[in-house]
Design a protein around this ligand. Sequence first.
Ligand code: PRX
Length: 695
Amino acid sequence: LKTTKNHLRHVDSMSTLPSRAGKITGLNAVILGEALASEEDDLVFPNDEFVRQALVPSPKKYLEMYKRSIEDPAGFWSDVASQFYWKRRWAESVVSENFDVRNGSVKIEWFKGGITNICYNCLDRNVESGNADKIAIYWEPNEPGSQDSLTYSQLLQRVCQLANYLKDKGVRKGDAIVIYLPMLMELPIAMLACARIGAVHSVVFAGFSADSLAQRIVDCKPKVVITCNAVKRGSKVIPLKDIVDASLIESAKNGVSVDVCLTYENESAMKRESTKWQVGRDVWWQDVVPKYPTTCEVEWVDAEDPLFLLYTSGSTGKPKGVLHTTGGYMVYTATTFKYAFDYKPSDIYWCTADCGWITGHSYVTYGPMLNGATVVIFEGAPNYPDPGRSWDIVDKFKVTIFYTAPTLVRSLMRDGDEYVTRYSRKSLRVLGSVGEPINPSAWRWFFNVVGDSRCPISDTWWQTETGGFMITPLPGAWPQKPGSATFPFFGVQPVIVDEKGAEIEGECSGYLCVKSSWPGAFRTLYGDHERYETTYFKPFPGYYFSGDGCSRDKDGYYWLTGRVDDVINVSGHRIGTAEVESALVSHPQCAEAAVVGFEHEVKGQGIYAFVTLVDGVPYSEELRKSLILTVRNQIGAFAAPDKIHWAPGLPKTRSGKIMRRILRKIASRQLDELGDTSTLADPSVVEQLIELADR
Ligand code: PRX
């Protein structure tokens, strides 16, 4: 209670936020930049027109709703949940949790006993409430010039056909299905079809290598793998089916064989005649799925039945299977989507994330479709055929809400304003950012150039584990500060703790934790509840530990400062340094590797690998390329190191622990800030590393 009160005090400070002074009226939005002493004082006000139509138009309204969500979570969330279809309403307690590992095993349950289906709520409910002919998906292919679309009723029919096919193949409630698809309409169709029949989908980003895919297949043992033969990204053809074939050979070696590989023929990338085929196992989607009936009974599931597994990176080499359940996730993604983007039924929404990541789960598929939104899905790359492609798509579909990652903003910013300004972008009204902290200069460019100083930016902080937004602006509710994710969403109680786990109040910096559960929280790590508790609940008992550093300013705004563990965010992709290290050391000529993040102009963070070679092996350009190739093959191209630093030795303590602090400083060339090196087993390795820095 004390924490809650403290937190509400922080939030209360908002009501004393600087208000618009007379001198700045008349402007749509005002940036007080230059004259300010610090970023904290840099306020960007939403324009009056936006505020007038906003769902949450003032700090007062937010506070009212927020206070209720904290003081009466059961009442607040059951009101929200009642807007969805439940075959049977949940039992008496809306939430039941043990969040404190000292009191026994961590357990989170929301709406337990409630019977529902998220696919039904995304599709049937919209079709039945008059949105049957509303566009659910606009699909933009890699090559400009054509498009495709599905209405809500067409989408429902496609989903039902696939659901019927899967049932026919023996897929039942609780069975896992791995989906390895690019951004075709078939990707959300496959997710929704699984949800319809109670199967647990595990989407693997189609940039992961065969080894990574195999690792996930071995872990969750799917009945069916759904993929396509190939995809074109830009001018490059990627033969996805070959990758799947290799992963299935690898999985079989590890005792997991998959009976069915349902393959969509992505004709524009590759014809079926050129696709390698294993008769008996491989089936063309187009040959079987359209033959099935366009209606399919829903499998009604408990709110706490699993919906999906999504593997994410942690501090060790083994990816974690983050498990989300149905009811709480449904309520949470729908509500966060609605408020953080100020969603209105007339909006056309485009999120550039891939469904292989959590953003594509919660904010391409479930959150928007639960709201009956029209979603744009783009198969290609944002710089193909040129860096204006995003704005071409915005104009083409009259996109109103555009949600992307800072890395894309920075790369488009580098390409020059003319690629943006040659398009109208008049339809845009809300912008969004996710995946890493957005630096104030990128924020400003996004706001001024892309949004013509008209569109608020929702800088949403959240994680695979949280299921949905945790700290986010509500556009129109309060002034923004470029680079700050601002305030917590309804029902979320962020706390900042020091090293000892003591909560710090007011203006401070520390580790970002969350007190008490929220409906979208993950419930466990698949098959490893102990790791769940150890990673997230034991570091600071009583709290969920996010792994992020954070500060809170005098006005109560939250500023995320990046990961404090061995995880790095590269172009918005989360990568464990241990995963890259284990790929590197699998190279026969690599004896040891240590990987750290370093600041990268476009990617946010880049991957910097210190590599010790096997005795007698000389360092060469060829070897460097071969090391990088090993990482690409084992994880995926997105995890390839930006820099390989040859390290005859690594800085280790006497007990053999690598001092990463020193490596990070060397990687960022802060050589006069190395700190105390006297505790190293061999301090001279540091000199050597510095000498070899730019070779
Ligand atoms: O470090 C934070 C960063 O991304 C991490 C979560 O990564 P992932 O689970 O892959 O989910 C990404 C999409 C939600 C966080 O621990 N992060 C995400 N959003 C932000 C952010 N850092 C700062 N600001 C954000 N808006």
